[in-house]
Design a protein around this ligand. Structure first.
Ligand SMILES: NC(=O)c1ccc[n+]([C@@H]2O[C@H](COP(=O)([O-])OP(=O)(O)OC[C@H]3O[C@@H](n4cnc5c(N)ncnc54)[C@H](OP(=O)(O)O)[C@@H]3O)[C@@H](O)[C@H]2O)c1
Length: 294
């Protein structure tokens, strides 16, 4: 199994890092231990992370500031991927920010806070499936204009369903789909396959089942995951990540963690080779679980 893939035309390791867990509780405000958050970022680069998923609205500002303070000037091969379409209010509430002017402001804020001239990829984080009052053409049109201005390299879509992706493909090149998906949340199975057929990177959020949904605890409690983990001398979380990598060649992972130990485990999951017996057993995990909200 290849350890590298592409985001657009950019080579990228199949396991990267999701930075959302570096903010304070509720992804709002500073982390309890900023030095520990910086240590995670430094260690990520040391062990080969070349793809960090972030957003200006994580904190807000907090996570991008940590990334800039810790890693700037950035390694040449580091891909910084962000998302626009949401904003935070003073109480930490999350509000849509999808007017073209708001999308532009979001891109500008990311450029400023990350201190880069161009963002490798910007995901349009849609709300309510994208059928909001603001036309998709207008939202993607603004991102395309920002791309022509040299402020964005690639465009992705987040929280989307297949009909919207199909519409978007008629308007722009789509380099990434970022939806919720994991071994215990298979609602997006068809779109995973669609992304593979269209050579679009599928980058699941919540690849460990999401902290909001007690994902890691549910993985740890699953007997099939435990059995396969024991066989490979691995943890259930690592097997859940290895299963995702085996699920589709278009899969790129951004597991989120605030812990150096978990970060190292997550990166090491890339070396686990699941055989056909493992995969047959794992394919049955979670399929009868009740639907989970992203
Ligand atoms: N586009 C969107 O709408 C959207 C939404 C949510 C997230 N995201 C992105 O996707 C990334 C990943 O999603 P996520 O962070 O929500 O969920 P996740 O990766 O499924 O799970 C994160 C949780 O797993 C724990 N964890 C991490 N590695 C572990 C390991 N090896 N063993 C046991 N527990 C482990 C973390 O706790 P510790 O901190 O203790 O390790 C944290 O509680 C985010 O960081 C963010 O960049 C995007």
């Amino acid at each position: 199994m290849s350890t590298t893939m592409f985001l657009g035309d950019k080579p990228v390791n199949r396991i990267g890092f999701g930075a959302m867990q570096l903010a304070g509780p509720g992804v709002f405000g500073p982390p309890r231990d900023p030095a520990a958050a910086r240590a995670v970022l430094r260690r990520a680069i040391e062990i080969g992370v070349d793809h960090i998923d972030t957003s200006q609205y994580y904190g807000p500002d907090v996570v991008n500031d940590l990334i800039r303070e810790t890693l700037h000037p950035y390694p040449e091969n580091l891909k910084l991927v962000t998302k626009v379409g949401w904003r935070r209010d003073d109480a930490g509430g999350v509000l849509p920010a999808q007017w073209p002017s708001e999308l532009r402001a979001g891109v500008e804020e990311n450029l400023r806070s990350l201190r880069v001239e161009r963002l490798d990829l910007v995901n349009l984080r849609l709300v309510g499936g994208g059928d909001a009052a603001i036309a998709l053409d207008d939202q993607l049109g603004e991102l395309q204009t920002l791309r022509r201005e040299g402020k964005i390299d690639l465009i992705g879509l987040s929280n989307v369903e297949q009909p919207l992706v199909e519409r978007a493909l008629g308007l722009v090149d789509v380099a990434e789909i970022q939806n919720g998906y994991s071994i215990i949340d298979r609602r997006d199975d068809a779109l995973v396959d669609f992304a593979g057929e269209h050579r679009i990177a599928y980058v699941p959020f919540g690849p460990l089942g999401s902290a909001y949904r007690r994902g890691p605890a549910r993985l740890a409690a699953d007997t099939t995951l435990a059995r396969v983990a024991t066989k490979h001398g691995a943890t259930p979380a690592q097997i859940a990540l290895a299963w995702l990598l085996a699920r589709s060649d278009s899969m790129l992972l951004i597991p989120g963690t605030s812990s150096v130990a978990h970060l190292e485990e997550n990166m090491a999951a890339g070396a686990i080779v699941l055989d056909d017996t493992d995969l047959a057993a794992l394919d049955a995990v979670g399929v009868s679980s009740p639907p989970q909200q992203a």
